[in-house]
Write a protein that binds this ligand. Sequence first.
Ligand SMILES: Cc1ncc(COP(=O)(O)O)c(CNNC(=O)CNC(=O)c2ccccc2[N+](=O)[O-])c1O
Length: 390
Amino acid sequence: MEKKALDTSIVTAGRSKKWTQKLVNPPVSRASTIVFDSVADMKASASKRMDKALFYGRRGTNTHFAFQDAMVELEGGVGCALYPCGTAAISNAILSFVKTGDHILMVDGAYEPTRDFCDKILVNMGVETTYYDPMIGEGIRDLIKPNTSVLFLESPCSITMEVQDVPTLARIAHEQDIVVMLDNTWASPINFQPFDHGVDISIQAATKYIVGHSDVMLGTATANARCWDQLRENSYLMGQCTSPDDVYLAMRGLRTLGVRLKQHEKNALRIAHWLAERNEVDHVRHPALSSCDGHEFFKRDFKGSNGLFSLVLNRGNTEALTALLDGMEHFSMGYSWGGFESLILANENINSLRTATKKDFAGPMLRLHIGLEDPEDLIRDLERGFERFN
Ligand SMILES: Cc1ncc(COP(=O)(O)O)c(CNNC(=O)CNC(=O)c2ccccc2[N+](=O)[O-])c1O
């Protein structure tokens, strides 16, 4: 079969008639018990239970199998495990590849609950975590220990948006047979191809852009041939299963992911360049702008950006920030991103979330998620916000 363009794959991925039963979309197949016609049928299913045979609800149904196929086609790898949320994907992927006495390397700019998992769960299992500078590059070699089993990346990093040199870090990790995991949520399966850059396991909080409508919690971990069997079986043993209703909505989200990302990107760049000229802004941390750490890696490795970026203000205290935030008309405050709506979050002390790298920023940070609203309305909303801020 000839290689398809990305936009064609977005439309066709996961639509094997095995799963759709000639419908355009795979039906929502809810199941715990799967019944068999004969002992031979039951044994045949059991022998193929690890390869999308209908066996038991926890292994998935045709709805899950369709979405898993779609994720592998779009992101790469050989298999995709599903989880109730992105945080579950992160924790179960790591748990699938560590044992007591191991050491892992975790990017200092990781999503805060990822850090909490390391500091509150792994530590009690006798797994040591070293946090490293997102921009460390070749220096990662000096942090590797004989018992290092996982190198975890998140690129760009949460809130501070550093873009990591993934291929360099992966190359060095593989010299010591270390498993390379990447939280690839910002790029989604579309804008960064993890397995082309040395990653072994790519993690998505599908909650964000894949679902795209702020109404489902879901996580995925897609693995290459080296890691797939171990990831799949350990995640199954830890009871990681998902609702076919949520998976159906994630599959629905995939079909518009390409066009939504393009519009988010266009709107966000309009606003990021406008913000860069505001006198309240010290600098904008958008991977597509040269003012963002790792911008050169974004240009080299990414196919595009999206609506999520941050900025550093050059002044402002809690009172001024509250005045800015409380009166926004189109920017809501909420703990997520990747839906169609615009969001805004403030962070007054990013260094409280970092242990290996301290930022000497001019002022507090704002993280914006630019939605699908008209960017001129959003700019006017921000203008009014800055009037309250000043
Ligand atoms: C890159 C990345 N990777 C994984 C996850 C987790 O996904 P999930 O929300 O589906 O579990 C996320 C979720 N992102 N959520 C946010 O950025 C906003 N949420 C928060 O800030 C939040 C929420 C609950 C508890 C703590 C935080 N926090 O980051 O401080 C993510 O951004």
